[in-house]
Write a protein that binds this ligand. Structure first.
Ligand SMILES: [Zn+2]
Length: 350
């Protein structure tokens, strides 16, 4: 293949073919005047190919993505990379320091895109991140977890009417893809408007590591890179695992205030009207059931058993095919750290 003479400029720095660079990308400082930098690492292969960004902690308390990116950057196969990998483990550096989803002004960075250079702190960070990093990429994977006190079963969110995005979503290998609508102000919306293909990975909970979510994330990112031709195909070619596409989802909410007993675990296949959980008073006298609104898979749930009426209990993706249940079981077995046959490169986090 021809030599790659193109210019790749990320966060104001030129990265040449074959280079690996950690960049210091300044963002507004703390009020102590302590300088802040968003950590960015770029690995550029010698041969041309896509430029993929992988971002974590846009919500500052969603830390699984940080560990996913650390493990991806340690993969030996990156020595055979084509194109470039742009890794941004902590986009919302303010939220990360404060262990918060938000910026110090309570704004949500993932509702502040595309941002502007004269707007709020969130808008300014969104703007420089989009302009100086993301807009130089051709593809992206944005890593998230559920919000505080909630947990997500590993799944992909993407708009599937674009063929390339669908290819990435399926290659990621999670059993369920949620063909979700794009939220106004999100990175995903801003990126898609620039013609960059992006998928969002949702797994685990805020402020906690989840080994299964992390493993599924690392495998997913590597397999998308193989699908895009950035890495050589696996030696033994495997059939792409079955993926169910859910066209919609809904939150089942607490029918009354009380203490909830969650019956269905994450990843369960549930039938319409099946009991998901029971909300009761402290004596257990006044019980009300939370029921599945349709056949589907539990892709999110609360981890806090104390709820007010109307609060979200279970997130159900509408899924028709019963075979999803088998596929989820298989997926869980492959990723379960307690079933490891060989010593993994990265010891599992507890
Ligand atoms: Zn998030």
């Amino acid at each position: 293949m021809a030599k790659d003479n193109s210019v790749l400029r990320i966060a104001g720095t030129d990265i040449k073919p074959g280079e690996r660079k950690t960049l210091e990308f300044p963002v507004p400082s703390l009020y102590t005047h302590t300088q802040l930098e968003m950590p960015v690492q770029v690995i550029r292969g010698k041969k041309p190919g896509p430029t993929l960004f992988v971002s974590g902690a846009i919500h500052g308390d969603e830390i699984n993505g940080v560990e996913i990116i650390r493990r991806v950057l340690n993969q030996k196969s990156l020595s055979r990379l084509r194109g470039a990998l742009v890794a941004i483990p902590v986009v919302n550096i303010f939220g990360f320091i404060n262990q918060s989803r938000y910026l110090p002004d309570r704004r949500d960075l993932n509702r502040s895109f595309p941002g502007s250079d004269s707007g709020s702190l969130a808008a300014r960070i969104a703007h420089i991140f989009l302009d100086d990093v993301v807009s130089h990429c051709t593809h992206g994977i944005d890593l998230h977890t559920a919000a505080i006190h909630r947990e997500n079963f590993p799944h992909i969110r993407a708009v599937l009417d674009d063929e390339e995005t669908e290819r990435m979503a399926k290659a990621f290998g999670s059993p369920v893809i949620l063909a979700s609508e794009i939220i106004e102000g999100s990175l995903r919306k801003a990126v898609e408007e620039k013609g960059i293909n992006i998928i969002v990975y949702e797994a685990g909970e805020a402020l906690r590591f989840n080994e299964m979510a992390i493993r599924a994330g690392v495998r997913g990112v590597m397999s998308v890179m193989r699908e895009l031709g950035m890495l050589p195909p696996p030696k033994v070619s495997r059939k792409q695992p079955f993926t169910e596409v859910a066209m919609s989802s809904t939150w089942v909410r607490a029918p009354q205030s009380g203490i909830v007993r969650l019956i269905k675990p994450l990843g369960s296949w549930v039938k319409e009207n099946e009991v998901l959980g029971v909300v009761a008073d402290p004596f257990g006298d006044d019980e009300k059931q939370a029921l599945a609104p349709f056949d589907g898979v539990v892709i999110g749930k609360t981890n806090l058993p104390l709820v007010n009426e109307g609060e979200a209990l279970f997130h159900i993706a509408k899924v028709k095919s019963r075979s999803t249940a088998n596929r989820i079981e298989e997926f869980q077995q492959v990723l379960d750290p307690s079933l490891d046959a060989t010593e993994p490169a990265d010891p599992p986090v507890a």
